[in-house]
Design a protein around this ligand. Structure first.
Ligand SMILES: [Zn+2]
Length: 351
C-alpha cells in the first residue's frame, strides 16, 4: 500500500510538472493589415526590420501611446498601434492577485517603472523568470520591488506560476532536439491550393517550435534555417552526429485530387519510436483539433538512416483551402508547437 501511495504521489508530481511547464502567453497583438512594417523602435524614424501580415498574431511585450512592441520570432519589434488589435486570452488582471502573492516575469527585459503607466520612468530592467512580491495592485499594474528599487510592472508581463514551474523544471531543459524543415531550395515540396509551397510552411513551423522549445531550455538545431536544398541523407547524418534526443521532420501534405482531405498523420520507422509518435500525435490532436489520420509506420529515408528517436509529421493539407489558410496563421502554428512540446514532455518523462 505504501509503495502504491509513493508511486501515485510521484505520478501526480509528474502531472503537476507537465501541466505547469507549458509556455505562458500573455496578451496577443493581432495584425489588421498586410505588409505592416516592423520597426526597431517606437516611431517612423526607426529602421524597418521586417513586415507582418493581416491575421497574424504575436505576443505583446509593451504597449506605448501609438506603438506596440511585439515578440517577433524571438526578437523585439515595434508596430503602429492603429493597425493592430490587442487580444487578451485568459488574461490575468490585477484582481487575480492579492498583496504578498508572488509573481514572475514572463519575458526578458521587462521594464520596471516609477509610475503605474508607460509614461513612468524606467527604473529597472528585469530579466525573465524573476520572482517578484506583489506589494499592491492598481489599474493593471503590479507594484513591486526589484533589487531594492520600488516600481511597477504591467500585469500582462507577469504570471503567478513560479519560474521553477514554467522553466527550470521542464524536462526539456538540456535536451538536444533537431527540427527538420522539410524540402527547401529547388525542392519546393508540395504545392498548395493557392500555390503556396510546402517548403515555406515547414520552415515557419520549425522556427516557431524552435523558439518555444528554447524557452523551456531545450537545445535546438535546425537542419536548415533558410531556403536551401539539403539532401535527405545529410539531414539524418546531422541528427546522428549531434546524438540528438529527438528528431522531427516537419511536412505538410497535399492531395490535389482530394481537395477536402485534411488532418494530421505521424510516422515512425523504428518500432522503438512508436510510443514517441503516439505521444506527439495525441497531444497534437488535442491542441489543434485536427482530424486524426493516425500514427503509421513510414519508410522514409530521413527516418530510416536516423539513429535518434525520429518522426516525420504531416501537419495538415495545403491542398485543402481551409487548412492551407489555417497553416499560415500564427494561432495554428502555436497550437502545433504546444502540441509537440506537450508530447515531448510526456515522452521524456519515461524515456
Ligand atoms: Zn513534404
Amino acid at each position: 500500500m505504501y509503495q502504491l501511495l509513493k508511486r501515485l504521489s510521484i505520478f501526480f508530481l509528474f502531472i503537476i510538472m507537465i501541466s505547469h511547464s507549458t509556455i505562458t502567453y500573455a496578451e496577443e497583438v493581432i495584425i489588421q493589415v498586410n505588409n505592416l512594417n516592423l520597426r526597431s523602435g517606437p516611431g517612423l524614424t526607426y529602421d524597418v526590420i521586417g513586415q507582418v501580415n493581416q491575421g497574424e498574431d504575436y505576443p505583446l511585450i509593451e504597449n506605448q501611446k501609438q506603438w506596440v512592441q511585439i515578440n517577433y520570432k524571438g526578437n523585439n519589434a515595434w508596430v503602429a498601434m492603429k493597425y493592430v488589435k490587442i487580444n487578451k486570452p485568459d488574461q490575468k488582471t490585477t484582481d487575480d492577485y492579492k498583496n504578498t502573492d508572488n509573481v514572475s516575469t514572463i519575458y526578458d527585459n521587462t521594464n520596471l517603472r516609477n509610475l503605474p503607466s508607460t509614461e513612468g520612468k524606467i527604473v529597472g530592467i528585469i530579466p525573465k523568470g524573476t520572482k517578484l512580491l506583489v506589494e499592491d495592485t492598481t489599474n493593471n499594474w503590479v507594484k513591486t520591488k526589484w533589487e531594492g528599487i520600488k516600481g511597477y510592472v504591467p500585469v500582462g508581463l507577469v504570471t503567478d506560476m513560479l519560474p521553477s514551474q514554467f522553466e527550470t523544471h521542464s524536462n526539456l531543459k538540456g535536451k538536444v532536439i533537431v527540427l527538420d524543415a522539410g524540402h527547401g531550395g529547388r525542392d519546393v515540396g508540395a504545392t498548395g491550393a493557392s500555390n503556396t509551397h510546402e517548403k515555406d510552411h515547414t520552415i515557419q513551423t520549425a522556427l516557431n517550435i524552435k523558439y518555444d522549445l528554447e524557452q523551456l531550455g531545450a537545445i535546438v538545431h535546425l537542419t536548415r534555417s533558410n531556403d536551401k536544398f539539403i539532401s535527405l541523407t545529410a539531414r539524418a547524418i546531422y541528427a546522428n552526429h549531434l546524438q540528438a534526443d529527438a528528431f522531427l521532420s516537419i511536412h505538410y501534405n497535399s492531395t490535389p485530387q482530394h481537395p477536402n482531405a485534411n488532418g494530421i498523420s505521424t510516422y515512425y520507422y523504428d518500432k522503438k519510436d512508436q510510443l514517441f509518435a503516439k505521444s506527439i500525435h495525441e497531444e497534437l490532436l488535442k491542441t489543434t483539433n485536427s482530424k486524426n489520420r493516425s500514427v503509421q509506420f513510414g519508410d522514409f529515408q530521413v527516418l530510416r538512416t536516423n539513429h535518434t528517436p525520429a518522426l516525420l509529421l504531416e501537419l495538415g493539407f495545403i491542398s485543402n483551402t481551409t487548412e492551407e489558410l489555417q497553416i499560415q496563421r500564427n494561432t495554428y502554428q502555436k497550437k502545433i508547437s504546444r502540441g509537440i512540446i506537450a508530447g515531448m514532455q510526456k515522452y521524456f518523462l519515461t524515456n
